[in-house]
Design a protein around this ligand. Structure first.
Ligand code: SF4
Length: 322
């Protein structure tokens, strides 16, 4: 089966007065139907820009400058806005934006807000049919149909997030992009939302791209993990491989900073320094100013992403030059 999402050499840059911010720089990733991919990295590494690129909705002054994005076999780079609206967004791919539960309009009832994209995207659907589907999807995410008659202020944070997830799925997209779907929720509700996404993935054969800074959260749901640093993918592989046997020094450092139950840890680590300024990223390996393993070629030559073990790709000179 062809991938539901495939990017090749994707470059998305922001053109600001001080120069060009290379937020996504030559990223190639793909996601098979019915699977989930976790995209992790520190704030500002370009992971949300990657998500926006997949629906061709990068906020100005950002722009996709090169590469290809196939969504369910359709090239969306260069596609006219009217076609994107009609054929791609909501129909093939939906996105839950960061902090999405706060975008519910306080003056409209939940049912009215949920039915809106359905009425816009499904030709010939009546208001009654749209409302029936809203009720069905509220039940699918563990809420009662009565929620359709409520206002956002009557719901808890977890309920609002379920409403947002149900709304994103109403138009039956093949790919769901969830950007930090559990941020701002307490740990109990976080676990409930992750379990809900797992259930929906199974039940609807949904492909999910989950974007988060929290590797422990996304490793719970992702079949594969991609680690992003300063606009580039530095490690990619099956979730177990990357989470339990990380190879890239940055992935190791990220995981070393997290308390983990499945791995023995003497103490929590920290990553020295700060993420680079993407207006002028360091030459060679972009992680070299913070890497305790750096050696001779690291500050000059950019490492390529290569398969170092079956199912695990790493961009680090340690695996090619030592
Ligand atoms: Fe560290 Fe060099 Fe590997 Fe970069 S290429 S992660 S600097 S060892």
């Amino acid at each position: 089966m062809p991938p539901v999402m495939k990017t090749t050499g994707l470059k998305t840059y922001y053109f600001i007065s001080r120069g060009v911010v290379k937020a996504v720089d030559n990223v190639s990733l793909e996601l098979e139907p019915g699977y989930s991919l976790g995209l992790a990295g520190e704030s500002g590494c370009g992971k949300s820009t990657f998500g926006f690129s997949l629906i061709n909705l990068v906020p100005p002054p950002g722009k996709i400058v090169d590469g290809s994005i196939l969504i369910d076999g359709t090239e969306i780079v260069g596609m006219p806005e009217s076609e994107l609206r009609k054929k791609v967004r909501w129909k093939k791919v939906s996105m839950i934006f960061q902090g999405a539960m706060n975008v519910l309009n306080p003056v409209y009832k939940i049912g009215y807000q949920m039915a809106e994209p359905l009425l816009y995207h499904e030709e010939g659907i009546t208001k009654k049919e749209a409302m029936q589907k809203v009720h069905e999807y509220l039940e699918l995410v563990g809420l009662t149909p009565a929620v359709a008659d409520m206002y956002p202020h009557e719901l808890s944070g977890g309920m609002k997030q379920r409403v947002v997830i149900a709304t994103a799925l109403l138009t039956e997209p093949k790919l769901l992009i969830a950007d930090e779907p559990t941020t701002a929720l307490d740990v109990i509700v976080q676990a409930q939302i992750i379990n809900l996404l797992k259930k929906l993935k199974r039940q609807l054969n949904l492909s999910i791209l989950i974007i988060s800074h929290d590797l422990s959260v996304i490793s719970e749901i992702a079949d594969h993990l991609a680690i992003m640093y300063a606009g580039k993918i530095v490690e990619y592989g099956t979730s177990d491989k990357v989470y339990l046997e990380p190879k890239h020094p940055y992935t190791k450092a990220l995981l070393g900073a997290l308390p983990r139950l499945r791995v023995k840890q003497e103490k929590l680590e920290f990553i020295p320094g700060v993420p680079p300024d993407l207006l002028a990223p360091p030459p060679g390996c972009r992680f070299h100013p913070r890497c305790k393993y750096r050696f001779e070629p690291c500050d000059k030559e950019e490492p390529e992403l290569i398969e170092v073990e079956p199912g695990q790709w790493v961009a680090c000179h340690l695996y090619t030059r030592r």
